[in-house]
Design a protein around this ligand. Structure first.
Ligand code: FES
Length: 567
């Protein structure tokens, strides 16, 4: 299977899992309404939840996701190359195998009743099924409770793993997710138990009143008699074939692990004739890690940098072609064909490699290796530049220039810090500031625009002040942009400091330079304007070419930043 197809299938499993997780949330929230009453839960089911999931889109999304997610999950289990997996992964696998036993039966029965027999199943009917056999009430309750917990844990682990790597703000918002991870199943289970209790009481009082067939009368009102043989068949088939399915799954998984261990190993040789054996299809970076060899991997093996690059000296067979992803990274770095990314290359034959990036670094002794690696995050960048600085330095004595510059730095610095910005660096008469303290990108954009407005006001005052002693008129140009950049500690020796780099930082700088062409004080990207909720003014809005970007960028040019108003 090519890496691209593999990556596609992983994404498909993830997205289908997300749909099923969303369904589980709505399903459990619906259950939770049983705490109020059976009627309330049934009403919400019929009027709110069912219309969503029974619509054409809902049906395709739900059953399509189920049909896709289960086989892809099975494939991921039987294609394992080793049982050396984390406890979390073990729980995820074992829990879903146990839960599916009840779940498949539940889903198939509900599908038959609601789709084939067009029956409407209010909650009182569901609970009547559970209460039918007095000898099995406790067992059924425990089974349904465990099924809910197991499925939920399986989904939560999957979502947690996916969001940890894909959602930048996940760790920041982890507490909010904890509310979902724990709150939703607790509410759902309380609802389930409350509904069961309500229906048990109804059964008890009816039997006391002589209505021995209470449960049957409830069920028969909703479920046509001809549905019962089909339901019994579903139960019988699940009981008969599910254990066979699980055994086959385990046997295939075990077979693959043993096959990989005894027949599917390849050897990777590093410099100094250091050789290690790994299962075919293991990435070179995973192999280095397994052998505890130092190997740079700044992005953590996600194909987002090129620091894990290796030179392939020789190979016993042809190498898998680079995926589109890997090729793009190699092209961008201008690397030739003999260079590959260790995290992306999964050899199927013996090979010799040389990691190319120096793993010995003075940074490693700083003790903040994770920060030194940098991490990708959405930031808001402000650039400020003093206009006509060259002319000023030509016409003013050097010590006076220092005096003026320090006043200018202090003025801008105070405005930036007063709006939760962080001064990143001074480059001659230029200033770069990062806004990342707020809990949302909207807030950071707002703070950056407010800082720019404040700088504009204060620079005008400073200019008036200085004009008494110097002939200099101070004016500045500013640019603001937002987007993903790599933020981390960079530098050398005593000059290591936290900063941001990336295309979006360059764009912010270019927007600042555009203020000259627009004869304005501030140029911001439209993204920033929208997120900061900039009130419409007499501003130029345009789509412009920005060096280093393929597409045009929508910008807003503001002649006088001190006039800015935010809503
Ligand atoms: S570790 Fe970043 S591309 Fe391999």
């Amino acid at each position: 299977m090519t890496d691209d197809l593999n990556a596609f299938l992983i994404r498909l499993r993830l997205y289908s899992g997300v749909v099923l997780f969303v369904y589980a949330i709505t399903h459990l929230l619906n259950h939770s309404l049983n705490v109020l009453s059976l009627d309330a839960a049934s009403y919400a089911k019929e009027h709110y939840f069912r219309p969503i999931w029974k619509s054409q889109v809902g049906t395709i999304a739900l059953y399509g996701s189920f049909i896709v997610h289960v086989p892809l999950g099975v494939m991921s289990i039987i294609s394992r190359k080793s049982f050396k997996i984390s406890t979390r992964e073990w729980l995820q696998i074992i829990f879903i195998i146990l839960a599916l036993f009840v779940f498949v039966q539940h889903v198939a029965s509900m599908y038959l009743l609601t789709r084939t027999f067009e029956a409407q199943i209010p909650y009182e009917v569901l609970y009547s099924f559970v209460l039918f056999d007095p000898n099995e009430i406790v067992a059924s309750t425990i089974l349904y409770t465990l099924m809910t917990v197991f499925i939920w844990v399986h989904g939560s682990i999957g979502l947690h793993n996916a969001l940890t790597f894909r959602m930048k703000s996940y760790s920041k918002n982890f507490r909010k997710f904890l509310i979902i991870y724990f709150g939703v199943p607790i509410l759902g289970l309380f609802g389930f138990w409350a509904g069961l209790k309500e229906q048990s009481l109804a059964m008890y009082f009816n039997i006391q009143a002589g209505n021995e067939n209470f449960l049957m009368s409830v069920v028969s009102k909703a479920v046509p008699m001809e549905a019962f043989p089909s339901l019994e068949m579903v139960d019988a088939l699940t009981l008969k074939y599910y254990p066979v399915f699980v055994l086959a799954l385990l046997a295939l998984g075990l077979f693959n692990v043993l096959r990989t261990k005894y027949f599917g190993q390849i050897q990777i040789t590093y410099p100094n004739n250091m050789a290690i054996k790994v299962p075919k299809g293991t990435s070179v970076l995973e192999a280095s890690r397994a052998a505890k060899l130092p190997h740079k991997s700044v992005c953590g093996g996600r194909g987002r940098c090129t620091t894990c690059r290796i030179k392939v000296a020789s190979s016993d067979g042809s190498l898998p072609q680079p995926s589109i992803h890997e090729q793009r990274a190699l092209d961008r770095a201008g690397l030739d064909q003999s260079i590959r990314l260790a995290c992306q290359l999964k050899p199927v034959a013996n090979l010799s490699v040389t990691p190319l990036m120096n793993t010995e670094s003075e940074f490693d002794v700083v003790g903040k290796a994770h920060e030194l690696s940098g991490k990708e995050q959405e930031t808001v960048i402000l650039f400020v530049d003093l206009r006509n600085f060259t002319k000023l330095s030509e016409t003013t004595l050097p010590y006076d220039v220092v005096y003026i510059l320090n006043k200018y730095y202090a003025t801008c610095g105070k405005a930036i810090e007063a709006n939760s910005g962080r001064l990143d660096k001074f480059i001659g008469d230029g200033i770069m500031a990062i806004f990342e303290a707020g809990d949302s990108i909207e807030k950071n954009c707002k703070e950056a625009v407010k800082a720019a407005s404040e700088i504009s006001k204060q620079i005008k005052l400073l200019s008036t002040d200085l004009s008494k002693e110097f002939s200099a008129e101070l004016k500045c140009g500013m640019g603001i942009h937002t987007g993903q950049s790599i933020v981390g500690l960079m530098g050398y020796g005593d000059t290591v400091s936290r900063t941001a780099i990336g295309d979006n930082v360059n764009v912010a700088s270019r927007l600042e330079q555009m203020t000259k062409a627009y004869n304005s004080e501030l140029v911001i990207s439209k993204q920033v304007a929208e997120k900061a909720k900039l009130k419409k003014g007499d501003f130029v809005e345009e789509a412009v070419e920005v060096r280093g970007r393929n597409e045009k960028l929508d910008i807003v040019s503001i002649p006088d930043a001190s006039q800015i108003q935010l809503s």
